[in-house]
Design a protein around this ligand. Structure first.
Ligand code: HEC
Ligand code: HEC
Ligand code: HEC
Ligand code: HEC
Ligand code: HEC
Ligand code: HEC
Ligand code: HEC
Ligand code: HEC
Length: 358
């Protein structure tokens, strides 16, 4: 009897062990089906052109990525039969990331916004150089933007995403005030996506674009009009206020597209400080900046001598401050004298009336 019980127990233990080994392997069989081939480091095919294309997928990279919990087939949904078709469908990231879908599993993005972007439109036209989701984000090595190694980490966006294709914009940006701060690790100044957005990037000529002439002021003002940001650098938000009060500012408020906005004078990727001899706003270069053919052709050094962001209330504005100051007091004195004159005249008339009445 005793022996039988022991036998039963041993039997159960064996069954349990078998179950513990078999069940997970059934679960991961799906995965291993892929690694039989794609897990080999030298697994590759030859293109029709004769170039070898590696088909090795490093599973540890995938499991350390944001998608570590996903199975191969969560993304490659049409690879269910082995051998699978030679050409598989492109992975549909929006299946999990479209904010509008009920099945959304990951952080949602506005997919409609991406569809309207210049990149999606170019792709649709057949431009193979335009990025789909994976060309910007990667495929098996996608990390959260909070990870310093991620392509999407704020300070990596210029080099690891946009600059890969827009080299000229990147090199100009790196020479700018903004770019030199971000190169040093300061996260406040703008990277490409602050000015262009992430998924809704549009052409310069598109009126709904953030970089369309009449929308640029709003873009710069987001930071340069925000006292809490500028205060950190010991700067004021004066430039924005004075721009709005200027002729240029008033005209843009009425939607005038051919009037100087912030980027007309400062440039956009290569914005430099006024002390920098290469800056568009360096005193020496102002005749060229103001004298652009569509602005004030033939502008001389004298024309450009006047300060642009003038705040008449500030002593630093020199002669303009003193002229404004003088005019203010002149007006006040004239008004006082005028009222005194009217009052004395009134008194006099009253006196005369009284005299006549007697
Ligand atoms: C028997 C080996 C084998 C197995 C198992 C296998 N594949 Fe493949 N896979 C290939 C070969 C060969 C190619 C290259 C096809 C070609 O371009 O000629 C390929 C290509 C691919 C491609 C690229 C297709 C393209 O259009 O460029 C993907 C994605 C892929 N496999 C995913 C998977 C997934 C997911 C699994 C597991 C469910 C899997 N494979 C299992 C052999 C295999
Ligand atoms: C987060 C989604 C995702 C997961 C999970 C995923 N892949 Fe991919 N895979 C992609 C994307 C995106 C591409 C690029 C091609 C495309 O856009 O379809 C790709 C490309 C491939 C390719 C073509 C060669 C290459 O590297 O470009 C192979 C082979 C492949 N995957 C196999 C696998 C295998 C095997 C697994 C599981 C170990 C896996 N994938 C898991 C998204 C994924
Ligand atoms: C099967 C569903 C699924 C598919 C398909 C998928 N993802 Fe994800 N993705 C997720 C989930 C779930 C997370 C969140 C993981 C977490 O927070 O641990 C995620 C996270 C991310 C993140 C990181 C977000 C963050 O900041 O934390 C990015 C970026 C991302 N996915 C992009 C993509 C791209 C690009 C593709 C297509 C190549 C893709 N995903 C395909 C489900 C998916
Ligand atoms: C032009 C490059 C580009 C393209 C194309 C692009 N993205 Fe992004 N995406 C970014 C950048 C930059 C960020 C911000 C940094 C980050 O989160 O990685 C971002 C953020 C994300 C996030 C994280 C959102 C969050 O709240 O954390 C997801 C998810 C995502 N993208 C999915 C997609 C999907 C899906 C597609 C395709 C429909 C796509 N992206 C196309 C550049 C791009
Ligand atoms: C301070 C805001 C700002 C930043 C940062 C910025 N851009 Fe721009 N970008 C603009 C403006 C404004 C325009 C449109 C200028 C015009 O009217 O022609 C523009 C135009 C462009 C264009 C259109 C072609 C051209 O050069 O005129 C591309 C491409 C571009 N930017 C890419 C980038 C990339 C890549 C980065 C990051 C390395 C970046 N931008 C950073 C504001 C910015
Ligand atoms: C895989 C390459 C690639 C990546 C990555 C990429 N772009 Fe582009 N981008 C293109 C192509 C191709 C066009 C269309 C160019 C054309 O037809 O003039 C384009 C167009 C643009 C335009 C419109 C230019 C115009 O003429 O007005 C802007 C702005 C732009 N991209 C900004 C960005 C920003 C910002 C990023 C990063 C978030 C980025 N791009 C990432 C390839 C890329
Ligand atoms: C995301 C916030 C942000 C945006 C958007 C932005 N800037 Fe800046 N900008 C900064 C910061 C931060 C600095 C560095 C602090 C400083 O020196 O004023 C800076 C510096 C500058 C400087 C140099 C100031 C100096 O004293 O040396 C100029 C000029 C400038 N930006 C103009 C612009 C223009 C024009 C735009 C729009 C095309 C713009 N910025 C968009 C944050 C921003
Ligand atoms: C008509 C040309 C013009 C326009 C438009 C313009 N600026 Fe300026 N900006 C200048 C000049 C010239 C200077 C340097 C001399 C000065 O301070 O007047 C300057 C100085 C600045 C400075 C300080 C730079 C430094 O190195 O100290 C900032 C910041 C600035 N502008 C931001 C802006 C913003 C933001 C806008 C849009 C709201 C704008 N500017 C519109 C011409 C312009």
């Amino acid at each position: 009897m005793r022996g039988y019980t022991v036998k039963m127990k041993a039997h159960r233990i064996v069954l349990l062990l078998i179950f513990l080994v078999v069940f997970p392997s059934i679960l991961s069989a799906q995965e291993r089906r892929c690694s039989i081939c794609h897990g080999k480091k030298d697994f590759s095919v030859k293109d029709p052109s004769g170039k070898t294309r590696s088909l090795y997928v490093n599973e540890s990279v995938l499991s350390n990525s944001s998608h570590g919990k996903l199975a191969c087939m969560d993304c490659h949904t049409d690879a269910f039969e082995i051998p699978h078709a030679k050409k598989l469908k492109k992975v549909d990231c929006s299946a999990c990331h479209d904010k509008r879908r009920i099945l959304e599993k990951g952080p949602g993005i506005d997919y409609f916004q991406y569809r309207e972007s210049v990149h999606a439109k170019e792709l649709k036209k057949g431009n193979k150089k335009a990025p789909d989701c994976a060309l910007c984000h990667g495929s098996h090595d996608i990390l959260s933007k909070n990870d310093i190694k991620s392509r999407g980490y704020r300070l990596n966006i210029p080099d690891k995403i946009c600059g890969k294709c827009h080299e000229k914009a990147l090199s100009e940006y790196r020479k700018s005030v903004h770019g030199s701060y971000t190169t040093k690790g300061d996260i406040t100044p703008p990277v490409c996506t602050d000015c262009h957005t992430e998924h809704g990037i549009k052409r310069t000529a598109d009126p709904t674009s953030t970089i369309y002439a009449t929308n640029i002021v709003e873009m710069c003002v987001k930071c340069h009009g925000d006292y809490s940001i500028m205060q950190k650098y010991g700067k004021k938000t004066e430039e924005v206020q004075t721009y709005y009060e200027s002729f240029h500012g008033v005209a843009t408020k009425f939607g005038e597209k051919n009037i100087a906005h912030c980027a007309s004078c400062h440039g956009y990727h290569e914005i430099r400080s006024k002390e920098d001899p290469l800056s568009t706003i360096n005193v020496k270069n102002l005749p060229v900046t103001c004298g652009q053919p569509k602005c004030h052709p033939g502008a001389t050094a004298n024309f450009a001598k006047g300060k642009v962001h003038v705040n008449p209330k500030s002593r630093e504005s020199g002669i303009i401050f003193w002229v404004a100051f003088g005019f203010k007091w002149l007006t006040i004195t004239v008004l006082i004298v005028l009222f005194a004159h009217i009052f004395l005249d009134f008194l006099r008339k009253m006196q005369e009336k009284r005299k006549k009445g007697i």
